[in-house]
Design a protein around this ligand. Structure first.
Ligand SMILES: [Zn+2]
Length: 75
């Protein structure tokens, strides 16, 4: 495992090691994450247990899906 400093994909600043430890898949620094309103969008995705067209609906369970927001270079 390497310990190369990771750079923010948005502003190029070095991402503190503590942040990477807490969020290993982060690509932006804390400030950019805050400016973007969070690096990820989290959706609740209903898990289908019934087939399409079935009258039986099942709203029982949801799973969450984390989608990385597009990272635009800071202007
Ligand atoms: Zn940044």
């Amino acid at each position: 495992m390497t310990n190369d400093p990771q750079e923010c994909a948005r502003c190029g600043a070095e991402i503190p090691a503590e942040r990477i430890e807490a969020l290993p898949d982060t690509r932006v620094c804390i400030r950019c994450s805050q400016e973007m309103g969070g690096e990820f969008d989290v959706y609740a995705v209903p898990e289908r247990t019934s087939k399409d067209g079935s009258l039986k609906k099942n709203y029982g369970s949801y799973s969450s899906q984390k989608v990385r927001k597009p990272i635009r270079p800071k202007e």
